[in-house]
Design a protein around this ligand. Structure first.
Ligand SMILES: [Fe+2]
Ligand SMILES: [Fe+2]
Length: 389
């Protein structure tokens, strides 16, 4: 899964699996597994798992350049973020194919545009951003003589059968989601999860059972002029899922930025993290435009109910309250402050963010090796310690 090359989203899993069988890759795997730090956090075993693809790094070329080396912690943080961005890019690519600017005009795209007329543009742009994040982070790691991350060997999950979806292997599953919508009430509250606060769901039925956020077949694409409640429910599920994903990225970058050592790596994290915040803010301005409906999905055997959040709601649900409400920060004795939250340890740090993706159902159908790998990357990132003279 480490690579010195930037691979496209095309499925080259077979080639990579083959490449991991070569003597060079095998020796690199063994070399990596011997490193005590990697063994301690369990990453060596994950990388040695069948199907994990790893290519050798460029440490020698780097050493000759004389540039300052990144700390082990900075590398682990950047690698975890590269993996998270590849995961984001994979799911956003699926949304773009069926809901972006080049997607066929369908009931799904019409229902997405109930949330906002520019929704297809935003979906396509968010996708481009995630691809750029993953590509940049891997290229940056390579430029420092470190190994980038390649998850192509795990692009094994099926695509939607609906017209518009490429028939390629995917990293993520958008058809069996359990969407935590408590981020909506969290940002409208005056309390902070870093102080133990918890929050109710904005759409409780999305956080129970499983729900699809993309049409699974042409029947679910429906009529662009008159989308059914079923197709609207799929699009509105996507609307809340967009916010869920991007609030996770928002807190992940804010949390990990506090552990980096290099000022340049800090610049990378706060700059890409700022882009995640912009994504989140866009989606939290749109999700609440869902129109009231109840739908039953016979495939997942689950129901969902969307209420009108635009009028007659308490402040913790009101859709136009999209700016972060000031809340407690650092110390309860300090004044309330409008901030990104959580940003403390044990919340949406690397392990927390990956666990939230797992709980979301994003990886239903993925191999145990994949889960082992991303959890190990997350542990390594969380183990990073800021080293300042
Ligand atoms: Fe991103
Ligand atoms: Fe993102």
């Amino acid at each position: 899964m480490y690579s010195d090359n930037n691979h496209s989203n095309d499925n080259s899993a077979n080639e990579l699996v083959k490449s991991s069988q070569t003597p060079t890759a095998q020796s690199a795997l063994k070399h990596l597994a011997r490193r005590s730090f990697l063994r301690k956090i369990g990453i060596g075993a994950a990388l040695l798992a069948p199907g994990a693809a790893l290519l050798t790094g460029s440490a020698k070329a780097f050493a000759a350049s004389g540039k300052q080396k990144l700390t082990r912690g900075d590398v682990a943080i950047l690698q975890l973020l590269a993996a998270a961005e590849l995961i984001e890019a994979d799911l956003w690519q699926q949304y773009t194919e069926l809901g972006g600017v080049d997607a066929p005009m369908t009931g799904y795209t019409a229902a997405l545009q109930i949330l906002d007329g520019d929704q297809p543009q935003y979906i396509s742009d968010n996708t481009d951003d995630e691809i750029s994040h993953a590509t940049f982070l891997n290229a940056y790691l390579h430029s420092k003589g470190e190994k980038g991350v390649n998850l192509d060997a795990f692009r094994t999950l099926p695509s939607s059968q609906a017209t518009g979806a490429q028939q390629i292997g995917r990293l993520t599953n958008l058809t069996q989601l359990t969407v935590d919508t408590s981020w909506w009430t969290r940002y409208r509250s005056t309390t902070n999860p870093d102080f133990g606060a918890t929050f109710p769901d904005a759409v409780p039925s999305l956080n129970t059972g499983q729900h699809t956020a993309i049409p699974r077949n042409n029947a679910e694409l429906d009529d662009p002029n008159n989308p059914s409640d079923h197709v609207k429910a799929i699009a509105f599920t996507a609307g809340f899922h967009f916010g869920f994903i991007e609030q996770g990225g928002t807190s992940l970058y804010a949390t990990l930025a506090q552990k980096v050592t290099s000022l340049e790596v800090l610049r990378v994290l706060i700059s890409i993290g700022g882009s995640e915040i912009m994504h989140f803010q866009t989606w939290q301005d749109k999700a609440g435009n869902a129109t009231p409906l109840t739908d039953f999905d016979p495939v997942n055997n689950s129901s969902v109910t969307f209420e009108d959040l635009t009028t007659g709601q308490p402040e913790t649900l009101q859709s136009n309250l999209i700016m972060p409400e000031p809340c407690e920060f650092i110390s309860p004795s300090l004044p309330a402050c409008a901030i990104i939250r959580p940003s403390g340890p044990g919340q949406l740090d690397a392990t927390g963010a990956i666990n939230s993706f797992i709980a979301d159902g994003l990886f239903i159908g993925q191999s145990a090796q994949f889960l082992q790998l991303i959890k190990a990357l997350a542990r390594a990132a969380d183990a990073a310690q800021r080293q300042v003279d």
